[in-house]
Design a protein around this ligand. Structure first.
Ligand SMILES: NC(=O)C1=CN([C@@H]2O[C@H](COP(=O)(O)OP(=O)(O)OC[C@H]3O[C@@H](n4cnc5c(N)ncnc54)[C@H](OP(=O)(O)O)[C@@H]3O)[C@@H](O)[C@H]2O)C=CC1
Ligand SMILES: CC(=O)[C@@H](O)[C@H](O)COP(=O)(O)O
Ligand SMILES: [Mn+2]
Length: 379
């Protein structure tokens, strides 16, 4: 089937690769959305001819409108515009590839509009997993994982839905600071932290990989997507990022998914599921890879992983508090305002706030404000 997509975060790492996949297979792009990159949005609008384009940053709205004035495209802005891009009548599927928990409301809007969801934006499930999965079930809408580990788990589970799972083996590269001590991490720079060994990604997720908060967020994401308790999700350091994750069933049989570290396959699989199609990626050559290595994570040095486990153990709004603190702390680190180790400290300390409220959109937004205030008053 030739899908019609709306792509939120089209100018980013996932968004641009998704457009390559759409081009390779002739999928229609009905909607595009980005934060402020009007030059690339214009280029994408000319190339893919969507019906609607959203530029979130209101100060760029008139300028983008002028750039595409000769095209039959509607230009929208702000959170209202982003939700419109998520619920476009002409689209069958929404690929949510914005970064950060701003992705929550468009995901809910897309579910309410009965769009299939291809979800890269993990922060949506970390903060609103309970709401999103419940609403998707009520509306009978599939939530298809794009994150490489979750796509792998999803692929491993296909055909075994009725079987009991012992454990999910969630693989982690270990990031650029694998094997380092806390003392060695004290003065690492933004350039060091952005130097991911295997993946080329946006800045926020790359810093999350360096602190290993990415794996903490992914553990929570896996819990909501696959309904497997956090105690049954084991993080395994796998330096080569060739095994994208694995599932152990009750007979101790382990099924894993392997491939080169390239997001085009998981993006494409979410779009074409349940079909498989040729993918514009490099095939895996195990002779070239040579060896695959595995280690236990160092939870003391990379304490974000421990914090994420504690946040999901407490549940309710604690994962939201942690996620919001992390989003702001990562930005402050990228802006040179705090050190690398302060990110983990702030994420841990924000759990001192009261997160016992019910998970509703309003409470999530209030928790976000409280976490931001906490972080800004703590630095
Ligand atoms: N990159 C990867 O390989 C992977 C990413 N993910 C997840 O996918 C998501 C995207 O990551 P990635 O592509 O790396 O990030 P990038 O930073 O490369 O791209 C983010 C995209 O989101 C847009 N955006 C940000 N805020 C808004 C907003 N408020 N409204 C509309 N658009 C917005 C950006 O627009 P602009 O360019 O204008 O700023 C950009 O298009 C994240 O949640 C990440 O964790 C998951 C697995 C792998
Ligand atoms: C490509 C992808 O899915 C990322 O989330 C990646 O897994 C990050 O690498 P880490 O394993 O270092 O967090
Ligand atoms: Mn991942």
């Amino acid at each position: 089937m030739l899908k019609r997509l709306s792509i939120l975060g089209s100018t980013g790492s996932i968004g641009t690769q998704a457009l390559e996949v759409c081009e390779a297979h002739g999928f229609s792009v009905m909607g595009l959305a980005a934060y402020s990159n009007e030059a690339l949005l214009e280029e994408q609008t000319r190339r893919f001819r969507p019906q609607l384009v959203c530029i979130f940053d209101e100060s760029r709205y008139h300028s983008l409108k002028a750039r595409v004035a000769d095209l039959p495209v509607r230009v929208v802005t702000g959170i209202g515009g982003l939700c419109e891009a998520a619920s476009l009548a002409e689209a069958d599927m929404v690929l949510n590839a914005v970064s950060g928990m701003i992705g929550l409301r468009p995901t809910l809007a897309a579910i309410d509009a009965h769009k299939e969801i291809a979800l890269a934006n993990k922060e949506t499930l970390v903060t609103g997993g309970e709401l999103v999965m419940r609403r998707a079930k009520v509306q009978n809408v599939p939530v298809l994982p794009v994150d490489s580990e979750h796509s792998a788990i999803f692929q491993c589970l296909n055909g075994y839905r009725h079987c009991k799972v012992n454990r999910i083996l969630l693989t982690a590269s270990g990031g650029p600071f694998f094997g380092k001590t806390r003392a060695e991490l004290q003065y690492v720079t933004k350039k060091d932290a952005l130097n991911h060994p295997n993946w080329s990604m946006g800045q926020k997720i790359t810093i999350d990989s360096a602190t290993m908060m990415n794996k903490g967020l992914e553990l929570i994401e896996a819990y909501w997507l696959f309904d497997v308790p956090p105690e049954q999700i084991e993080v395994v350091i796998h330096r080569e990022s060739i095994i994208h994750s694995a599932v152990e069933f009750e007979d101790c049989g382990v099924i894993a998914q392997l491939g080169m570290p390239d997001m085009k396959l998981p993006i494409q699989y979410a779009i074409t599921y349940p079909e498989r199609r040729p993918c514009p990626t490099k095939p895996l050559n195990l002779w070239e890879v040579g060896k695959l290595t595995f280690y236990e994570p160092d939870m003391e040095t990379f304490s974000c992983l421990k914090t994420a486990k504690e946040a999901i153990r407490r549940g309710k709004l604690y994962p939201t508090l942690m996620n919001c603190a992390n989003e702001l702390a990562v930005q402050l680190f990228l802006d040179g305002k705090i050190s690398f180790l302060q990110i983990a400290e702030l994420n841990e300390r924000v759990l001192e706030l009261d997160g016992r409220g019910e998970v509703t959109v309003d409470n999530i937004l209030n928790a976000e404000a409280a976490a931001r205030e906490f972080v800004l008053s703590s630095i």
